[in-house]
Design a binder for this molecule. Sequence first.
Ligand code: NAD
Length: 256
Amino acid sequence: MGERVALVTGAGSGIGRAAALRLAEEGARVLVTDLNEAAASEVAGEISKRGGQSSACKLDVTSESDWQSAVQHALSKWGCLHVLAACAGISFTKPIAETSLDEWRNVLGINLDGVFLGLKHAIPALRDSGGGSIVVISSASGIKAAAGASAYSASKAALRLLVKTAALECAPHHIRVNAILPGGVETPMWRTMPFFQELVVKLGSEEAAWKTLSAGTPLARLAKPEEIADAILFLASEASSFMTGAELVIDGGYTA
Ligand code: NAD
């Protein structure tokens, strides 16, 4: 990675946190961003403790002014921006007939509009920095439907074509744009889901609940966030220099 500058969204937890730590470990200067400013600061502190270079700021991906400030933050601090890792996202499960329009819009607003705004504001900065790489976290739920996951699946499926469109638009500027489609990953995101909370109570631990959830996964487990972070590092780095508009499915065989 050299001293490339990377902006990671949703970096206060789960996949984004693991990505920020991994990119920094490889020498990148990382702007750790999250809606939860304290969590972002904690991760930036962890990077410093491990000898890496980082900064932190609040970035609500649904806010265009937050995006402008965050990109400016990276440019003011380091003078360039080479990588955007769009990890922020929320889960939501409810049958369509019971989902309010506000709930639908909230999921699409964060998971889809949030990435659109990121592309809109990061692309010019990456272009002016001589090019770079954008990695967007979609989901295996953007391939395979599940009852109750309409808004989430719609948001993640839409990201796949948004990424491919961005790849075509960005290719002349030496910016690559790729998507990662994880299956289940052991992150705090699951704690927001009522059915997971019930499963934890019933089985006595998160480990047991994750084990049950992995029943449909051939590798018989969920991923660790670090396994997704390794793929983010690969797509962010020159190791993937001829990949753009591509999708990496990392799901233990779930969609095979
Ligand atoms: P997580 O809940 O651990 O982390 C998500 C982070 O995003 C949190 O720190 C949260 O504060 C932040 N966030 C939420 N709303 C935000 C907003 N409006 N602006 C900025 N930040 C915001 O979840 P995770 O599992 O690490 O999820 C990361 C990404 O991976 C998401 O896009 C998710 O859809 C995707 N994903 C997760 C799984 C899984 O099983 N965990 C599977 C496939 C895809």
